[in-house]
Design a protein around this ligand. Sequence first.
Ligand SMILES: C[S@@+](CC[C@H](N)C(=O)[O-])C[C@H]1O[C@@H](n2cnc3c(N)ncnc32)[C@H](O)[C@@H]1O
Length: 223
Amino acid sequence: MNSGAGGGSGGGCAGAAARSRGGSPGGDGFAPSALGTREHWDAVYERELQTFQEYGDTGEIWFGEESMNRLIRWMQKREIPLDASVLDIGTGNGVFLVELAKFGFSNITGIDYSPSAIQLSGSIIEKEGLSNIKLKVEDFLHLSTELSGFHICVDKGTFDAISLNPDSAIEKRKQYVKSLSRVLNGKGFFLITSCNWTKEELLNEFSEELFQLQLENVDTALS
Ligand SMILES: C[S@@+](CC[C@H](N)C(=O)[O-])C[C@H]1O[C@@H](n2cnc3c(N)ncnc32)[C@H](O)[C@@H]1O
């Protein structure tokens, strides 16, 4: 498994202000936050769904437009085939799925544990006239279906959010890595965009379960 790390600039950042390097009650440097809870994201996407229905506004793109372009440029540079299976973990409004499909990727799946997020993604995808994108309400920490063998797994802000869960965040992060090792093809790529973790910390967090981890900074690879 390979991993690319996208930096976090522009757009939102789940918990940019919530990480306290000085240490938290959990002792891992993360101050628990509502951003790590399902209730928070349900409320966010219920609101965004309503806004989309009323005004056609797709809502927030985490880390900004450029973060999506950067990931797609990296996939292009790496010559990832357009029929490669791609999983967007915690897809939110699904706008990255739309960008992938417009670029030509044909085997795309988005999951999110918020039903409103999936409903919003579905509405945006429909409005864009795209039909070949799979969407599923799915908690990545408690996978219910046989999601496996993906060539590319993308995370833009979801691991950041999970890291801020007020309840057993360390165990949840471990479960995240386990779930990732289940869904990702052994020779696949994991592309993570984070504003709370450094490259070294991510390597450390993911390498226990995923032995052949190589980390490449997307920005460096593109320069
Ligand atoms: C910071 S938002 C990012 C959304 C999207 N990736 C983007 O770039 O716009 C974090 C997303 O992760 C989702 N999420 C958090 N924990 C999750 C979990 N355990 N399983 C699935 N989705 C999760 C939230 O519902 C939310 O949509």
